[in-house]
Design a binder for this molecule. Structure first.
Ligand code: T4K
Length: 373
């Protein structure tokens, strides 16, 4: 098979254009482009209902949602987090003048290991910032217990966890706050965008003030807020995406099932399976390549796919702890993060998006199965 156009790790879901122009016409009519406009308000309502959460504050992107979440809870000092994530997770701490303390991950889910979290707590620790990596939920009960015992805030980076539920309950309902990303590369997107999920009205009000420069009315500024507002075009896209996202997740699930079937029996290739009691969003399809058993390295597979016009990604390599800003920290030393170091060398995210054709999935698997022959 020859792939003519490049196949990327993801491709944004784009509903029919004429459906979107209907929304644009309304924006043109009422001339409200941003600052808590009608689509913004409607989207907050509809999304809260769809996700099964109490309060949602929309943001211009996930990174500013993270930065603001830390401000909203006045987090300071040291925060325990994972090195196995997109770099924005830790950058949000840095922008708040908070010291990240990296702890290792679990080998099954690649999420932060609660036992190691507890061991890393010091008198300076004020919060835990875990990530539901690839949408697989963290050990939410254990983490909550640790947070309660030590009086710590618990903020989840749920950028990958759109639509994810544990026993029918949204994963976003755990912890003090959860942040989401609605970037173009996500299961559900608003071109760029993000959100903070919280559980009470007072916190939502505080977050809403912070994302709007700290204004509480025309003349009163109560905090050094930022501009992180979602605009009306983004919100319109969000409303439209909501109509299509269920079928998009369904298609992603089919693709994941197809991949698993075809990759399951290849020695040295590990796929992640669905977790018991979890409804998944299928945001990424990571596999692990074990050179000893498979015969070739992850990077050799990455290059093979690339030569065939398939652009997989090594999310999350390098680890955040390896970037210059963070590698000097003691918690960044490789010997403190053995599992994360190992997974980062083996992981490869294969393309997954609703329009990915079945025969392309088969082709990708046949390349991997060919063992580079
Ligand atoms: N926390 C976590 C755990 C995150 O994963 C992220 C973002 C954040 C926080 C921060 O949220 P945001 O501030 O971004 O809302 C991408 C995304 O830019 C980033 O949002 C995402 N995580 C991260 C995991 O992936 P890159 O540098 O890999 O993006 P890029 O441009 O290489 O895109 C990947 C592929 O997607 C491209 O090869 C082609 C395709 N693509 C991309 C875009 C933007 C398209 O087909 N169309 C597009 O418009 O970071």
């Amino acid at each position: 098979m020859k792939i003519d156009k490049p196949i990327y790790v993801t491709q944004p879901m784009l509903p029919p254009l004429d459906e979107f122009t209907e929304y644009l016409k309304k924006i043109w009519e009422n001339k409200i482009l941003t600052n808590n406009g009608p689509f913004h308000q409607q989207l907050e309502e509809e999304l809260a209902k769809y996700l099964g959460v109490k309060y949602i504050s929309l943001f211009s992107n996930g990174t500013l949602a993270l930065v603001t979440a830390l401000q909203a809870l006045k987090v300071t000092g040291e925060v325990i987090t994972t090195p196995f994530s997109f770099v924005a997770t830790t950058h949000a701490l840095w922008w708040n003048n908070i010291k990240p303390v990296f702890v290792d991950i679990e080998p099954q889910t690649f999420n932060i290991d609660p036992v190691k979290v507890e061991a890393a707590i010091t008198s300076q620790t004020t919060a835990i910032l875990p990530v539901h990596v690839y949408g697989n939920p963290c050990q939410v009960e254990q983490l909550q217990q640790i947070a309660d015992t030590y009086g710590l805030k618990l903020i989840y980076d749920a950028a990958h966890a759109f639509g994810v539920k544990i026993n029918g309950n949204s994963v976003l309902n755990f912890g003090d706050l959860s942040i989401m990303s609605f970037h173009a590369t996500k299961v559900y997107h608003t071109f760029e965008g993000g959100a903070i999920i919280c559980h009470d009205e007072a916190t939502k009000t505080r977050i809403d003030n912070l994302k709007n420069f700290g204004f509480i009315n025309e003349t009163t500024v109560v905090a050094p807020g930022i501009n992180a507002k979602m605009n009306e075009v983004q919100a319109a896209m969000g409303l439209l995406q909501l109509k299509h996202v269920d079928s998009a997740i369904q298609k992603r699930k089919q693709i994941a099932t197809w991949y698993r079937k075809m990759l399951n029996d290849i020695p040295g290739v590990t796929v992640l399976n669905d977790l018991p009691s979890v409804e998944h969003g299928y945001s990424y399809f990571p596999i692990l390549i074990d050179k000893e058993k498979y015969g070739f390295t992850r990077d050799e597979v990455y290059e093979l796919l690339k030569r065939n016009n398939i652009y997989s990604r090594r999310y999350f390599y390098p680890l955040i702890s390896q970037f210059p800003t963070y590698r000097g920290l003691q918690s960044s030393y490789a010997e403190n993060l053995p599992i994360a170091e190992k997974i980062a060398k083996k992981v490869l995210c294969l393309p997954i998006f609703p329009d990915l054709p079945n025969d392309t999935v088969e082709f990708i698997c046949s390349l991997i199965n060919s063992k580079l022959s």
